[in-house]
Design a protein around this ligand. Structure first.
Ligand SMILES: Nc1ncnc2c1ncn2[C@@H]1O[C@H](COP(=O)(O)OP(=O)(O)O)[C@@H](O)[C@H]1O
Ligand SMILES: [Mg+2]
Length: 589
């Protein structure tokens, strides 16, 4: 229910104060006015009655007039008075006393012992009409007085002193005042009631609006206040409702933006960490948490753990400059790079945002590229140096005889061939690995292909015998024919090179569960277990020193097979032989 405080109480209070104040002042003024009016009217009445009585009393002062009759007239007139009248002669002697309480002396005559004490008597003797309200020494009470002179042919012969007790009039005034007071009370009661409703009509909607505003502040923007009337309060309600819905729209679009943003931050590949000026983490996406697990705690809500990352954040914020640092990853092998930018609002730094990237793969690729350039230059340098040496020797005619010169020339030719092969294979490999080499996958009849390849290499003298084992009904593989041919040629070249002439080389193909398996098995010198895992690397030659090979053959094989969707593998026992296999997808799968 309503408590009498707040706007409601104040409104009602002021309202009542005004009503009571106004009515109070009005009441006092009114009763004063009434009293004055009553008094004036009474005195007026006394004066006019006094004049009549003075006329009637005239014969009393005329020798020879009928005194008896005059006294009778006066007695009748006296009966009409509320108070009384004294008729006094010039010497101040009481001539007659009429009215409600006539003065009767001890001698049976009227007498007035105190008439001289009446101040208005003197004025009346001077021919003036005077009125007074005051104490009556005759009746010992408050009374109205009026003194009217009695004249005879222009001369003042006596005076009539009218008097009337105030008491009667007082009652009338008290009654009137009570009436005014009662009316004021009624007015106050009525205006209290009206004021109550007025205050309610203002305070109620305001209270409702204040409650609605509170709910809005708490995030409930569906709150509406009833829009009653078109006055200021009604307009305020309309404005509040409009504000509520526009706030809701704004907040909705803001939160949509924010969720979009946090979705982006959550799904991006990099880790993102935002910290405040004191270095407390405000936000960290899951990637950042995963990357920094181990070196940082929960991240969100706490300060960054002491270390290079925290130091870099502080440096970026204190210098207002971006900073980049490298960090070890959680498993020790990974390498992270953090790029930190300070965030400034109106020129002052309020925090910083760090983007953490896992650069392990990038660094590995970069390392590989560097290694490759170093290896390639190394591989190219030795034959080139040899060529240069022999050529210079020939130029300087250091070689003593024709046979030596021929040997030098033969060596130069051999080195040049090697260089050529090396460059050719390097180009092939780079072509393959850059993805530029064209790949045409189609069903390939593997037995026929094997035949063709084996035929192309088997007519040389002094090389091991090559046998072929492949069922003619082998299902076709899905492959690029020229790729597969190159793979087989490389494998066969190795088998022939690393197998003594009395050895055996077997080329075979069979179906495995999901694919074709093609192999080249030899009875050659084999590969030591420590070399086996690395033979697919570029330039890796398993301790081989002869100048025929480049160490690129198997790297090319691996690349070719994998581009066709297959896999390579090698098994070998030192002194027993080796088996190199690769797979091809089946064409009809
Ligand atoms: N059939 C094989 N028997 C023995 N060793 C082999 C065989 N094939 C390859 N290797 C070893 O693997 C190394 C890498 O082979 P490859 O990449 O073809 O280079 P290369 O140009 O030396 O043949 C060879 O140098 C050799 O040591
Ligand atoms: Mg080779």
């Amino acid at each position: 229910m309503f408590r009498f405080r707040g706007l409601f109480g104040r409104l009602l209070g002021f309202y009542l104060l005004i009503v009571v104040g106004t009515l109070g002042i009005l009441g006092v003024l009114l009763s004063r006015l009434l009293q004055d009016y009553f008094f004036a009217a009474k005195q007026q009445e006394l004066v006019s009655k006094g004049a009549t009585i003075a006329e009637l009393a005239g014969p009393l002062f005329q020798p020879g007039a009928d005194q008896k009759e005059a006294q009778q007239h006066l007695a009748v007139a006296g009966r009409l008075l509320t108070g009384g009248a004294l008729i006094v002669d010039r010497q101040g002697q009481l001539v007659d006393s009429i009215g409600q309480r006539p003065l009767v002396g001890t001698d049976g005559r009227t007498s007035c012992a105190v008439c001289e004490q009446l101040p208005e008597l003197m004025a009346a003797m001077n021919g003036q009409v005077v009125t007074r309200t005051g104490y009556s020494p005759i009746f010992h009470e408050s009374a109205f007085f009026a003194a009217v002179p009695i004249t005879d042919r222009g001369a003042v012969v006596g005076a009539v002193i009218m008097h009337s007790p105030v008491l009667g009039l007082r009652d009338t005034i008290v009654h009137t005042r009570l009436l005014v007071f009662g009316l004021a009370l009624a007015a106050i009661a009525l205006s209290t009631l009206l004021g109550y409703f007025l205050a309610r009509s203002v305070a109620d909607p305001l209270r409702r609006m204040s409650r609605a505003a509170g709910q809005m502040a708490a995030g409930d923007f569906d709150t509406r206040v009833p829009e009653k009337g078109t006055d200021e309060v009604g307009q305020l309600a309309t404005a509040l409702n409009r504000m509520s819905s526009s706030l809701r729209e704004t907040i909705q679009s803001l939160s949509e933006e924010q969720s979009k943003l946090s979705h982006i931050v959550a799904t991006m590949g990099e880790g993102v960490i935002a910290v405040d000026r004191a270095g407390h983490v405000l936000m960290a996406n899951p990637q950042a948490k995963a990357m920094l697990a181990g070196q940082q705690g929960e991240l969100t809500g706490q300060a960054l753990a002491d270390g290079p990352l925290a130091a870099a954040f502080h440096q970026a914020m204190s210098e207002g400059k971006e900073a980049t640092i490298s960090l070890p990853g959680h498993d020790g092998t990974a390498v992270l790079q953090a790029h930190i930018s300070p965030t400034a609002v109106e020129g002052s730094t309020v925090g910083a945002v760090g983007v953490v990237q896992d650069v392990t793969e990038l660094q590995r690729v970069e390392q590989m590229r560097r290694q490759f350039v170093a290896d390639a230059s190394h591989q190219l340098r030795s034959p080139l140096t040899a060529v240069q040496g022999h050529a210079e020797a020939l130029l300087d005619e250091v070689a003593p005889d024709a046979a030596t010169r021929t040997r030098y020339l033969a060596s130069i030719v051999r080195d040049c061939r090697h260089l050529n092969r090396l460059i050719e294979q390097l180009l092939d490999l780079s072509h393959l690995e850059s993805g530029q080499a064209k790949l045409t996958l189609k069903p390939v009849a593997v037995p026929a292909l094997l035949h063709r390849v084996v035929d192309s290499v088997s007519d040389a003298e002094g090389q091991p015998e090559i046998t072929l084992e492949a069922a003619t009904d082998l299902p076709p593989g899905l492959a690029d024919e020229s790729y597969t041919e190159q793979v087989l040629l490389n494998l066969l070249a190795n088998a022939l090179r690393y197998t003594p002439p009395d050895g055996q080389v077997r080329v075979w193909a069979r179906t495995e569960s999901q694919h074709l398996l093609i192999g080249v098995t030899d009875t050659g010198k084999g590969i030591a277990p420590e070399h086996l895992p690395r033979i697919w690397d570029r330039f890796y030659r398993a301790g081989e020193t002869n100048k025929d090979g480049t160490g690129l053959g198997l790297a090319i094989v691996k690349s070719l097979v994998e581009r066709q969707g297959g896999q390579v593998s090698a098994e070998s026992r030192l002194g027993v032989g080796s088996t190199f296999t690769f797979t091809l997808p089946l064409a009809n799968r």
